[in-house]
Design a protein around this ligand. Structure first.
Ligand SMILES: Cc1cc2nc3c(=O)[nH]c(=O)nc-3n(C[C@H](O)[C@H](O)[C@H](O)COP(=O)(O)O)c2cc1C
Length: 191
């Protein structure tokens, strides 16, 4: 295990094998995730993990939301039905979806702390997963801000914030390394 190599070699996964990951492994990965820094040890991350038949609940809620926000045609015209089926079937091919959310603190600073800590949790999960040859795609999409969607998946929009949805599975293909800017382009040393 070489963390520096893993940091560089991890790639976002866009195509997954049709194979479930066993829950024990996923629990280990989320446990590594939970070693993220967390102010006041709040460990605010919460996960709804959708897999198997459970994916239907998430996918139906996503499709309903896409129709509400205009990303899919509304109604049940043949075109609308085809679009729903096509996106729905694609989402169902992804072996696991982990919806990451937390309870929003009222205080703005505390909220930023929780949100930041959860980003660190997610990256820890991605790096740990890569060690098990498991890929993830970190996604932020409009339905995460749709109150009706939040209710449909059993959360309270006044209380909860969805941080991300992670798509998870064994990579069918590892995406290209796009590289990164050299450090001199983003570092300013003041001395
Ligand atoms: C907060 C966040 C949201 C992202 N949302 C998406 C997304 O919705 N769809 C997607 O294809 N990639 C998404 N990505 C992944 C980036 O596209 C990816 O990290 C970037 O292209 C670099 O590729 P790499 O992760 O393989 O190095 C997201 C990444 C972050 C950090």
């Amino acid at each position: 295990m070489d963390i520096l190599r893993t940091i560089k070699e991890r790639r976002s996964t866009l195509a997954f094998k049709n194979e479930e990951i066993d829950i024990a492994t996923l629990k280990e990965i989320f446990t590594y995730g939970s070693y993220a820094p967390t102010h006041y040890m709040s460990e605010a991350w919460r996960i709804k993990l959708y897999q198997g038949k459970g994916k239907q609940i998430l996918v139906q809620a996503i499709l309903n939301s896409y129709q509400r926000v205009g990303m899919l045609p509304k109604g049940d015209s043949p075109k609308a039905v085809r679009s729903r089926e096509s996106i729905g079937n694609f989402l169902l091919t992804i072996p696991h979806h982990a919806l990451i959310y937390y309870e929003k603190p009222q205080d703005r600073i505390r909220n930023e702390e929780e949100y930041s800590s959860i980003a660190a949790f997610i990256q820890n999960c991605q790096l740990a997963a890569w060690e098990y040859d498991i890929g993830m795609l970190w996604t932020i999409t409009p339905y995460m801000h749709d109150e009706q969607f939040i209710k449909e998946i059993g959360l309270d929009p006044d209380k909860h914030k969805i941080s991300a949805v992670l798509q998870i599975g064994y990579p069918e293909k590892v995406t290209r390394d796009k590289g990164r800017k050299p450090v001199k382009e983003f570092l300013e040393v003041i001395e």
